[in-house]
Design a protein around this ligand. Sequence first.
Ligand code: H79
Length: 415
Amino acid sequence: MQEQIVENKKSIDWFTESRFGMFIHWGLYAAIGKSEWTMYGQKIPVKEYEKIAATFNPKRFNAKEWVSVAKEAGMKYIVITAKHHDGFAMFKSETEPFNIVDSTPFERDPLKELAEECAIQGLKLCFYYSHVIDWHHPHSIHEHCNNTWDYQLEEKSFYNYWNRLVKPQITELLTQYGPIGIIWFDTAGGLSKKDSEEIVQLVKKYQPDCLINSRVSHWPNFGDYQSKGDNEIPMYGEGTKAWETPMTLNKSWGYNEQDDNYKTTESIIRKMVTIFSKGGNLLLNVGPTSLGEIPIPSVEKLKEIGAWMNENGEAVYGTKESPFPYEFDWGAITVKGKKVYLHIQNNKWSTGSIRINGFKSKVKKVYLLSEPHLNVPFEQNSVEFVGLYNLHLNLQNEPPSEFISVVVVELEGEL
Ligand code: H79
């Protein structure tokens, strides 16, 4: 076990330093336009669902555009659904013809195109793979979410599914697309400990540097990092263990034509800095259409987030979990080396009298991240006998950045 931790250190360091990734939910369900659980919700028979493939032709798919949208948003990795619960492979699979190359008029392999483009633009490509739920396959078994409308439980033989579909497809994904950053598993309900271990071994056999999220198993202590619940922002971080929150921009993962419940850019950035201050990553989702386009409102949000990240990236990438109490009424704190970054919400800015207690060293200077030459006046006093310092800031100007403005507190020594 110890060896594996050492072996993964480089990848974990890459992961935590990156902080921000793009989740892409894209599959046949985009053509129905009601998100990725529709086959289950409407009990669509496999034979009916398969017919969607004949009409699925995402002509406007452009890997370069997608990767550029992610990169310009400040994202460092992309996790795309190689196969979701509907069982449809979004890649050329020799194992199973129910895939985008062999059963649609599109006939291209978008994962191959994304792999090439990610290599060019310097992002890491990662694959979501639904290893337990598969409504298309007669022999997949999930404790809650079986396809009960086509298949009878008593006829099932799980290893038929596991050995003849799951393992070969994961092998394809790890051998034909270059280095993969993460295999992102989901909904492992009912998977045995032995089978969970087997799938971990399989991934590490082909790509020892590839990370696995904790949802690979419902058993404890699986995976290289902790996947939080969908849209969950935890009260606390995980100490030294890496973690990640998958989050939607609106309320859906897969494309949903009726869902315009977008979070505001400001609220997304607030959630981001809260997550970063607790040492976590954010995997922010888009659900492209059946034509292969990321919805315009999503692109617009990501552009605004990108402008913020471009200005404030120093206070995000490579920061560590903050040793200060996590959430303040004015915002959140990230830390790196001798610098403490105060992410101050704009509505608290001009009224902002901010007090932070408990610095271990003296404050050297305080300045705006966006305008480093502008010093922010501060007062500090030491707490007698304890060796700690308190800091008091009075912010009476206009906030310098949109949404959240970052003030850098530079210390003389360690935190
Ligand atoms: O891929 C996205 C979701 O499809 C997946 N995880 C994220 C990343 C996910 N799988 N399961 N769940 C989320 C939760 C399942 C909730 C359910 Fe239901 C409650 C399944 C059945 C009852 C609500 C009603 C959702 C489908 C029917």
